[in-house]
Ligand binder design. Structure first.
Ligand SMILES: [Ca+2]
Ligand SMILES: [Ca+2]
Length: 362
């Protein structure tokens, strides 16, 4: 130890320890060791620690075998690549046997096999099944709607019934052939008559437009969620199989497909989850009824059809002589209004829509 150390120090300080021809301290050390190995114990000791017995020299001598022995195993068993260059990848590489396995591939149309997280909320995807392939729900829940009070529209088609005209062929004492003239407007007479009289009915009729009740729908929720998580695409299995990470024990491998469909072979345990709500909650139709406090009718006879020609106002139940060709009837309904009768009640339900089928290996 003393000589080389001193030489190193000397070389650094004086550049003249082992001789002027040595270009560097390292070469000077080697030369000194070789020159004095047979005679200097300290130098022999030095030789034991020099290149002949150093591990790196042995490694160089035995490189091919040692590299094969210490080569790292397949570094990624789910990437579709032969990472350690031993000719086999992923499931086909024995290095990967503890972490991946070959399972029967689902039929065409189904997702890659993955693990299913279910619950009130579905857990997030985690390595190695870290890709969300599907997120769905089940057990829709929704409160009934609340319905605002019905509002009714204005009454329409008001009339007083029955209203009719007596048509007599034997003067005012003859038999009254009552011809209904219900409704407003102009009514043509059916033919020649001798005398006539108008007569009003006491009862008001009319229509009430549909009322409205507006529903308020609480947001529906799901009682259960499901998330299918798949792993990276791996290789190394025979035809008809796929390479997937080994899931934790008792965790089945599942596949998903849109629609409510039959499960494929092997993945035989079926569950259906949904993507949307079908919300039919509403309020039943509002029915409004007509009320009126009074009813009256006026008649006018015309000498020509279609209420043309000479107009003759008629007093109700007064007999007139003549042969009118048409009549105009005008109804007056007092205090008509439409009021709530029934309806505006909660109806409908929330159901699940947009199904997807998740099938798991038993
Ligand atoms: Ca790999
Ligand atoms: Ca490999």
């Amino acid at each position: 130890m003393r000589s080389p150390l001193l030489c190193l120090i000397a070389a650094s300080a004086l550049a003249a320890c082992a001789g002027p021809s040595n270009p560097s301290p390292d070469v000077a050390d080697a030369s000194a060791a070789d020159a004095s190995a047979d005679t200097t114990p300290m130098d022999v000791t030095l030789a034991d620690g020099t290149p002949e017995s150093a591990p790196d020299v042995l490694a160089e001598d035995a490189r091919p075998e040692d590299v094969a022995d210490v080569r790292a195993p397949e570094s990624n068993c789910a990437n579709g690549a032969d990472d350690d260059l031993d000719g086999v990848s992923d499931c086909a590489d024995p290095d990967c046997e503890p972490v991946v396995r070959c399972i029967t591939a689902p039929e065409a149309g189904w997702s890659a096999p993955g693990v299913l997280n279910t619950g009130t909320t579905a857990g997030a995807c985690a390595a190695p099944f870290d890709t969300q392939a599907y997120l769905g729900n089940a057990e829709p829940m929704a409160a009934p709607p609340t319905c605002s009070p019905c509002t009714c529209g204005a009454p329409t088609e008001l009339a007083c019934v029955p209203s009719y005209v007596c048509e007599r062929t034997s003067g005012c004492a003859g038999t009254c052939n009552a011809r209904s003239v219900e409704g407003s407007g102009c009514v043509d007479a059916p033919g020649p008559v001798g005398t006539y009289a108008g007569r009003s009915g006491p009862r008001a009729t009319g229509r009430c437009g549909a009322g409205t009740s507006t529903p308020t729908r609480p947001s529906p929720t799901w009682g259960r969620a499901a998330r299918l998580c798949t792993a990276a695409s791996a290789t190394g299995c025979a035809s008809g199989q796929v390479c997937v990470p080994r899931a934790a024990s008792a965790v089945p491998v599942c596949v998903v497909r849109a629609g409510d469909v039959a499960c494929p072979a092997v993945y035989t345990v079926k569950q259906v989850f949904y993507g949307d709500f079908n919300d039919t909650r509403a309020c039943t139709a509002c029915v409004c009824s007509l009320t009126a406090t009074g009813c009256s009718v006026s008649f006018t006879a015309y000498s020509q059809p279609s209420c043309a020609g000479t107009a003759t106002p008629m007093t109700t139940d007064t007999c007139y002589t003549g042969d009118p060709a048409s009549y105009r009837i005008t109804h007056t309904v007092a205090d008509a209004s439409c009021a709530f009768a029934f309806g505006g009640a909660p109806t409908g339900t929330v159901t699940a829509a947009t199904p997807s089928t998740v099938c798991c290996a038993p």
